[in-house]
Design a binder for this molecule. Structure first.
Ligand SMILES: Nc1nc2c(ncn2[C@@H]2O[C@H](COP(=O)(O)OP(=O)(O)OP(=O)(O)O)[C@@H](O)[C@H]2O)c(=O)[nH]1
Ligand SMILES: [Mg+2]
Length: 417
């Protein structure tokens, strides 16, 4: 049986080369050679060579079968290509090629969070380098902590917190935080915030159950905001809280020129009674004249922590009154250095300090010294003064707010970090 092959090319030798590539070593017979198209300026010539090869019987049968398959396949291919070329045909006519499987939303989410994690890790590395540059001298120490901790370490150090406190919190975190949680600085930061909040002692403002009374004395260094805070507290108890209390004011500050006038001005504005007391001997009777009040607030003269005589004089007032329990609040400016806070506390502690009122939060970016101070002395914060406005710039102490200001900077609005 004979099989015919047709090859076309620009020239007869080229057509024969093509034929050899297909037919191989078989002995073909040239059946015909035709020039189908003449060469012109715009197109090349085209020749057609028809060859025949004699096939053995068995091979001829197989080849027929193969040819059938070949014809069937190429027919299908042609049909497909024809159909696909006809772009205006509706989709359903097109044979559906199997589209790559679309990832499920869950798989997509997992992939995205994996990418996000990698980005976070890289960001942490960058932060580590930045932080190392920030603290060149401490390079060794900061390099020894995991990169995810570097940022929070730097922020806390800059807040003025003592390095002993910071180091112990870091090692506590490293010991207790599950490894999976440690991999990202954002998680570390959240964990750290929670830990720090728990470390700030706070005295929650409690509701006063009548006929119980509250007598509160404010003491502290000069100019920290005792009188202003007292006026804010008076307004809070007398007018701002949902329950209005009867408030009385007393001042023991008869030294400073204008001190009595300053407080009398606030008292008049709020229509609150005021008592001025010069000597410890008059203290009890002044208290007694304010006995109709639910809350009595006592202002004192500001004195340097080194002026033991003046502090001692405040002590004499306290000793003179045996009946009434007096709550003593040490008013401290948040912009003070930790060494000064320690020194002030040491010299004021003979008065029996119950709570700390931190003022001027708005004037410092280093709340860490106040943090370390209350933490090491276990003295609860009762109020936070956040500006000069009477009565608005006063908040009952809240550890969340305090830590947020310490780590993310001061903000008047209470926003949890
Ligand atoms: N920025 C800011 N200023 C405050 C705050 N609390 C008080 N002050 C200001 O601090 C200054 C001193 O406030 P005082 O209340 O007179 O301070 P003091 O402790 O009574 O001062 P002495 O009686 O002289 O010891 C005033 O100008 C207040 O307005 C605060 O929280 N933030
Ligand atoms: Mg004052």
């Amino acid at each position: 049986m004979k099989k015919l092959y047709t090859f076309s090319a620009e020239s007869v030798p080229e057509a024969l080369i093509k034929a050899k590539a297909v037919i191989g070593e078989s002995d073909p017979v040239i059946e015909s050679i035709k020039e189908i198209r003449k060469k012109t300026l715009s197109q090349s010539a085209l020749c057609e060579v028809v060859l025949s090869v004699e096939l053995p019987d068995e091979e001829a049968r197989e080849r027929e079968e193969e040819d059938d398959v070949y014809v069937a396949l190429s027919k299908a291919a042609r049909e497909i290509s024809e159909i696909t070329k006809a772009a205006n045909l509706p989709d359903r006519v097109l044979p559906k090629a199997k589209a790559p499987a679309k990832p499920s939303p869950i798989a997509e989410h997992a992939e995205l969070s994996a990418i996000q994690k990698e980005i976070n890790k890289l960001t942490d590395r960058v932060k580590l380098i930045q932080n190392m540059m920030w603290e060149k001298t401490n390079e060794k120490k900061i390099a020894s902590i995991p990169p995810e901790f570097a940022e929070i370490y730097r922020v806390s150090r800059q807040s003025g917190m003592t390095s002993e406190h910071l180091d112990s919190i870091i090692s506590l975190t490293l010991e207790n935080m599950p490894l999976t949680m440690r991999q990202e600085s954002a998680t570390v930061r959240r964990y750290f915030n929670t830990l720090l909040r728990k470390m700030v002692p706070v005295r929650i403002e409690s509701r006063l159950e009548r006929p119980k009374k509250k007598v509160q004395m404010l003491v502290g260094p000069t100019g920290v905001g005792k009188t202003t805070t007292l006026a804010k507290l008076a307004a809070r108890f007398a007018h701002k809280l949902s329950e209005h209390y009867k408030v009385g004011i007393m001042t023991l500050d008869t030294y400073r020129i204008g001190a009595v006038e300053q407080l009398t001005f606030y008292a008049k504005m709020m229509r609150i009674g005021i008592e001025t007391v010069r000597d410890p001997i008059d203290f009890s009777s002044a208290l007694s004249s304010l006995r109709h009040c639910d809350i009595v607030l006592i202002d004192t003269a500001g004195c340097s922590q080194h002026d033991k005589e003046k502090i001692g004089r405040i002590g004499q007032f306290l000793k003179a009154e045996k009946e009434t329990s007096i709550d003593v609040a040490l008013v401290l400016a948040s912009n003070s250095k930790l060494e000064d806070l320690r020194d002030i506390y040491k010299n004021y502690s003979p008065l029996g300090i119950d709570t700390v009122i931190a003022t001027k939060l708005d004037e410092t970016a280093s709340l860490g010294s106040m943090f370390s101070f209350v933490y090491e002395n276990k003295k609860p914060l009762s109020y936070l003064s956040i500006g000069q406005e009477v009565p608005d710039d006063l908040l009952p102490a809240e550890s969340d707010y305090f830590i947020s200001c310490m780590l993310s900077g001061f903000r008047k609005e209470r926003e949890i970090a």
